[in-house]
Design a protein around this ligand. Structure first.
Ligand code: GUN
Length: 284
């Protein structure tokens, strides 16, 4: 029977440490600041952004929300990002994705200062992660590593399989596991004998975006199973990419949905903003 990895509890513990550090910095007259840019009126994005703002304020950081109309020009958005790059009270910049179709997400990401790119999406941060240099690491993958470490199990030398190869989750989490000296396989929709490949994993990270995709045949006895999914089942109930009930008896550790990976993502955003702020304060 699996032990449940409590993402809510871990996220709270890490946020408490961030809050303490922010408080210490503020006592020296230095307040970290995060700016979130929201374009248009996507309801899901609006909810995510509201949560990010709330948690940023709770941590004692400055929180700025810039809202732009759906039909804002690409030029105006790029100019907004450039102004935030120059703003000494802002240490982290996050432009909520997806953006309207007439705006190039690539151009926007490339325009964010590498030092303020708290999403870790800028090509220089991606490259630094790849070569093992200090970088701002994408929030969900960073949270996944913390969740795995919280089990107390050793990562080095273990077989890790990541199902999913997105730039936001699959590829960076594989890179982080490699840095932790796991033997890493990235599997995806074109992988042959996927269940067989997955069932070799001591650490299985699932980011397919398909509700209850991973069944017990995919899971090695005692494996650590990390479910990145946020899906709806046949009864419209929130569920993950892993069939939790099917896998529970076989896994050694498992993250629930909700309450696993989700709560960690915003915490790592705060942690990244703190890291970016400290680096920028040191330069001033
Ligand atoms: N939209 C959904 N997830 C994310 C994220 O992690 N960062 C940004 N910028 N947009 C998102």
């Amino acid at each position: 029977m699996a032990q449940v990895i409590d993402g809510k509890k871990l996220a709270k513990e890490i946020q408490e440490n961030v809050t303490k550090e922010v408080s210490r910095l503020k006592s020296e007259g230095k307040q970290p600041g995060l700016a979130v840019v929201l374009v248009g009126d996507n309801q899901a994005s609006r909810t995510y952004v509201r949560n990010k703002q709330k948690r940023t304020e709770e941590s004692g950081m400055k929180s700025v929300l810039i809202e732009l109309d759906e039909d804002v020009s690409e030029e105006k958005l790029l100019q907004t990002v450039e102004e935030l790059n120059e703003d000494d009270t802002i240490h982290g910049i996050l432009v909520q994705l997806p953006l309207p179709k007439h705006i190039s997400e690539e151009k926007v990401i490339d325009t964010i200062s590498v030092l303020k790119d708290v999403d870790g999406f800028h090509p220089l941060n991606v490259g630094n992660l790849f070569v093992g240099k200090d970088s701002l690491v994408p929030c969900t993958p960073a949270g996944i590593i913390e969740l795995i470490k919280s089990t107390g199990q050793t990562i080095a030398g273990k077989r890790a399989v990541v199902i999913g190869r997105s730039n936001i989750v699959g590829k960076p989490v594989a890179q982080l596991l490699l840095q932790e000296n796991a033997t890493v396989t990235i599997a995806h929709s074109r992988t042959e004998n996927l269940a067989e490949v997955a069932s070799e994993a001591d650490i299985l990270v699932v980011a397919t975006g398909l509700a209850k995709f991973v069944k017990k045949e995919y899971v090695k006895e005692g494996a650590i199973v990390i479910d990145v999914g946020m899906d709806r089942d046949e009864n419209n109930k929130l569920c993950g990419d892993v069939d939790y009930d099917d896998v529970f008896q076989k896994a050694g550790f498992i993250t629930p949905v909700p309450g696993g990976v989700g709560p960690m993502t915003i915490t790592m955003l705060l942690s990244n903003t703190l890291k970016a702020a400290k680096r920028l304060f040191d330069k001033q």
